[in-house]
Write a protein that binds this ligand. Structure first.
Ligand SMILES: *Cc1c(COP(=O)(O)O)cnc(C)c1O
Length: 401
């Protein structure tokens, strides 16, 4: 085998057998150091803190690569099956049985500047399908806060959705379709299409958590090749928590890895990796997200061979709501500063909705010593920041510069 051939990811049997349609690059998304992001006020007693970024924004050749493609990889086999099972809206009171006949159209929803919708539309194109997307004007505060409302509603991801050939439906606040898009699916069916509904962020889809469970195995394989100091692993993994299955999937995947390695907390100083989900919206309380993330982690866990209830508990779900800012989709001053710091110190561009808030939170955890466990001191703490994409939205945030 040639040296540069990608090494296939080793997954346990049950997990490896779950159908997946490859839409990512064959190499793992890169992990690289962030050498300029140095914690400013470390005391001499503190361990070295090493910070890396995993570039999920470089994971796929499809448009505006971000975390949704990984989730969609596990949904495509159902879309392409002869009898797709999970095509109904999650709030449809009388969900239909398996679809009869081939899917013609992917349908999904999001905020005006949703990254998720772009990824669903690009996937649809790639599969030769139509795409219909519902964009909600009432979600979050991005539109209200935008100084250039025209740019917010036409630029960024909206422009790209049009370029990709999506049929874009704008949903006003209070529109019943905001709660249940079943009438839209009925309308498409009446016009002879066979629509497949993908919930917002793909998180409520029963297979939505698998992509990031697999990403946990990818990260573990990358750790081995990197030769990290300290524990040799990423002790902390910081990632955005929006609809929740990215963080939920990671929790499930790392839990399975831990279980496979016969990990026993009582006789080792090697702590399990800690996944920290940084919330980006004050709309709902942390408890709401904790419940969802736990459910997503358990559902993915069951599919990959864990006992969801026994193996994954509330203590595995770490969500931080200190960095949500003023509203979903609004870049507060501190997160804007984090976005600028990453741009000017590392030459790395974040997005205004999710990763800027994660970077702010991650830098807070690092500079305040919150990643240091004084009970189990390490000479080095390894921190991973997951860049989940979303930069295309910047075009709609005219005042970010
Ligand atoms: C969707 C999205 C997230 C949040 O992921 P969830 O799985 O919905 O929690 C984070 N970052 C970006 C750039 C996204 O588009």
């Amino acid at each position: 085998m040639h040296k540069t051939m990608p090494v296939p990811l080793q997954l346990p049997e049950i997990f490896a057998q779950i159908p997946r349609y490859n839409i990512l690059y064959s190499n793992p998304s890169p992990i690289h150091p962030l050498p300029s992001i140095v914690p400013p006020n470390l005391s001499p007693h503190h361990p070295l803190i090493s910070i890396h970024a995993k570039r999920e924004d470089h994971s796929s050749p499809l448009a505006c690569a971000g975390n949704k493609y990984r989730k969609l990889e596990y949904i495509v086999p159902d879309i392409l099956s002869q009898t797709p099972s999970y095509h109904s809206h999650e709030n449809d009171p009388t969900p239909q049985g398996p679809l009869q006949g081939a899917v013609t159209t992917l349908v999904t929803e999001g905020a005006i500047q949703s990254n998720h919708t772009v990824q669903v539309v690009a996937l649809a194109r790639r599969l030769g399908l139509k795409a219909v997307i519902l964009l909600h004007r009432g979600t979050g505060g991005g539109l209200a806060a935008a100084s250039d409302k025209e740019a917010f509603q036409r630029g960024g991801n909206v422009q790209i959705n049009h370029l990709l050939g999506a049929e874009v439906r704008i949903c006003e606040e209070g529109d019943p379709l905001a709660l249940d898009a079943t009438p839209l699916l009925d309308e498409l069916r009446a016009s002879g299409q066979n629509p497949y509904w993908i919930p917002g962020g793909a998180s409520l889809h029963p297979l939505g958590g698998l992509g990031y469970a697999r990403a946990a195995f990818e990260i573990a394989a990358q750790e081995e090749r990197m030769g990290l100091g300290g524990s040799g692993r990423f002790d902390y993994v910081f990632v955005a928590c929006g609809s929740g299955s990215t963080v939920g999937g990671l929790i499930a995947g790392f839990k399975l890895l831990e279980k496979m390695s016969g990990f026993d907390v009582s006789n080792t100083i090697r702590e399990p990796r800690k996944v920290v989900g940084i919330l980006n919206s004050p709309t709902r309380p942390r408890a709401y997200h904790e419940k969802r993330v736990l459910a997503f982690a358990r559902r993915a866990g069951e599919l990959i061979g864990l006992d969801g209830e026994r193996d994954i508990g509330v203590e595995d779900v770490r969500l931080d709501d200190r960095f949500v800012g003023t509203a979903y989709g609004v870049l507060d001053d501190e997160s804007k500063e984090a976005l600028e710091t990453m741009a000017r110190m590392e030459g790395m561009v974040l997005d205004p909705v999710y990763t800027a808030k994660v970077a702010r939170g991650m830098m807070h955890w690092v500079s305040e010593g919150e990643v240091v466990d004084s009970a189990k001191p390490l000479d080095q703490v390894n921190v991973l920041f997951i860049h989940t994409g979303g930069q295309a939205a910047l075009g709609a945030y005219a005042d970010v510069k």
